[in-house]
Design a binder for this molecule. Sequence first.
Ligand code: COA
Length: 390
Amino acid sequence: MKIGIDKIGFYTPHLYVDMNKLAVARDIEPEKFTIGIGQEKMAISPVTQDAVTLAANAALNILDEQDKEQIDFVIFGTETGIDNSKSAAVYVHHLLGLHPQARAIEVKQACYGATAGIQMAKGHIALNPDSKVLVLGSDIARYGLNSSGEATQGAGAVALVISADPKLLVLEDQSAYLTEDVMDFWRPVYSDKAYVDGKLSNEKYISFFNTVWEQYKAKSGLELKDFAAICYHLPYTKMGLKALRTIMDEGTEADKERLLANYEVSKGYNKIVGNIYTGSLYLSLLSLLEQKDDLAAGSRIGLYSYGSGSVGEFFTGILQEDYRKHLHVEQHTTLLSSRTEVTVAEYEDIFEQTLPIDGSTVELNVDNDPATICVTGITDHMRQYVNKAD
Ligand code: COA
């Protein structure tokens, strides 16, 4: 049975900061951010958005009534969830009006969570071919003002419908994965900001890639020449390039040219959104599919997922006939082009506006947030949400 990605939705908040201006404010040469790290704009999340609303907004515009009938499993990958007990998936299930005969869970392993969700979804579809699974990857990346990771923040979500006979990408059976206990990035339950050993995370990202790439080749018998493109988890867009360069010598000049050119396209959305943690790899895949119009059906795309701590996986998919007809290019282009730039001072203010953690009641005004689904406040320790379309 063919199982894979049937639809991809995406959402990012309506605000961003320009990386050149952030660099100037931090007394750093702008080229460090725009070339050295490879980021041009960074999405800023207002207090009226959280991981739940970003994910719900990502899924909202891609699901039709038939999807809603068939989805019987919602898997929410996140590392910036809102509750230590109740899954973010249950909130999204309600906000989207999915039918009750469904499972809903949250999965956590840093930026790897959505990939774990996809692999679980494949198993579910294999047993239940008429079902569909909604896999969400949604996060708000916060390292802190003036911190070493500040330039690699961002916010956004992807929503993937996994089904039999998918319209976009059939996921192949072979996959290579690796777990090792590494303290390169973590966020203790008492902290709203991540702790990170940036250099170690870069090293581990690459060494995990090299290990799973070798394992994948041994398992599958495939080589670099068999790939039209490789998409990477992109905490910042230079990161994937560093990993790709380590295997370039395995190919011919034509392989190098093709893979480097497609890498450039695959970082398009990420460089103007920033790090969205669990969704980053799939935002890169979306950039490639939506921004490159001549990738042939039958092309093989490699996908490298890395979640600090650490788990890594390399897997692959085959593009389906007429896949471009099932993308939402215009919706996503408009979403990205209609955003509002904020100054560095405004970004700092927004960053400091967080929901109370002492149980007090708060009501938020959502009039200035163009998102359909927003956080409206907290009452009796319960987050309140609105779907303005209801
Ligand atoms: N022009 C062009 N490039 C410049 C530059 C300039 N003026 N100044 C610096 N650079 C380059 C550096 O040479 C370096 O490139 P390289 O990595 O190819 O050598 C790059 O910009 C980053 O500089 P560096 O000094 O390493 O940055 P940093 O110490 O501020 O740390 C991160 C960068 C990504 C490690 C840090 O932002 C971080 O910890 N982020 C969060 C963790 C993360 O994203 N990890 C990724 C794996 S999950």
